[in-house]
Design a binder for this molecule. Sequence first.
Ligand SMILES: Cc1ncc(COP(=O)(O)O)c(C=O)c1O
Length: 364
Amino acid sequence: MKVAELDTPVLLLDADVLAGNITYMKEMTEAAGIRYRPHSKTHKSPVIARMQAEAGAVGICCAKLGEAEVMAAAGVDNILITTPVVGESKIGRLLHARNTARIAVVADNADNVAMLGDCARMSGTRLDVLVEVDVGQGRCGVRPGAEAVELARAIHRHPGLEFAGLQGYQGRIQMVEDAAERRAATESGLDLLETTVRAVEDDGMPVPVRTGGGTGTSPFDLGRDTLTEIQPGSYVFMDSRYGGIGWPDRNAPPFGQALHILTSVVSRPAADRAILDAGLKAASCDHGPPRIADLENALFEFGGDEHGIARMEGGGEVPLALGEKLRLVPSHCDTTVNLYEQFMIVQGGNVVDVWPIEARGRVQ
Ligand SMILES: Cc1ncc(COP(=O)(O)O)c(C=O)c1O
């Protein structure tokens, strides 16, 4: 089938660009001698997780237990859940999922640690737990230094738990456009994590895993030996926001745009606007509107849940005919992927495969 024959809106994934991005990250991390554990919150697809494992990833990250359940059931191994898993019901599910895959989890609270340990012990197992350290994000995480040592000690001492290491991640700096500014923010977060690693080690506990970092900070994370592994997610697909950031040795990131939304013109009510069939239910808006890829100087505006509006920059006639199809670049790949059931895998204008997005909507 030709891409042009697809019903829209639909999510297109370019097989060659995807493969190129996966290879580039593998080579970057190999050259630095640091492992990588890609974040699957971007793709939510066991097929892509397996491609990343074949390209040398040590495992994957999942943001939510529900995603980890899907990945484990599909045979993906060595999973780190990067958000705390809280409450008996969820801890029960976590321990159950561990029957099929190795799964570790982060924690930032002593009560949560005690419950994780007690539940693991009752089910006759030991659970790997990492302390999440707030290195600047201002979200989850204990404070660097003494607070992290105290929680590491609680994990270390619990017979149901294994202290596996530290996580320090800053999402809000990943897309800082200026590379020098992003480097400085990365360095200060890594300094805090490094101080914490030393404090925990001085307390007699080895810190085997130091994990963090994303696509935007990866060149700087890989320039130091603070982290033992990085957690990039968006590099597999990219989006318009990420495409606009600077890079140390070039003016744009080295990853290609693999993901597009294919949309159709469904109405031409006036010369200066074309109505598209992709609205808020087909493209996420948390990073602004998507970019129109196939028509220069055209701007996308959300026209509601099911509609998009294409106009030309500065006004003028929109050169699009009814039924014409064109591609949009999502402004945020993670939240856009979560809206779809499947990727249409494309290569040279043809649809060559269909991959389900098995963990979409798994927010619990
Ligand atoms: C804990 C954690 N690590 C890594 C990532 C991946 O970041 P990016 O998609 O910017 O590469 C995320 C994304 O939100 C995250 O929450």
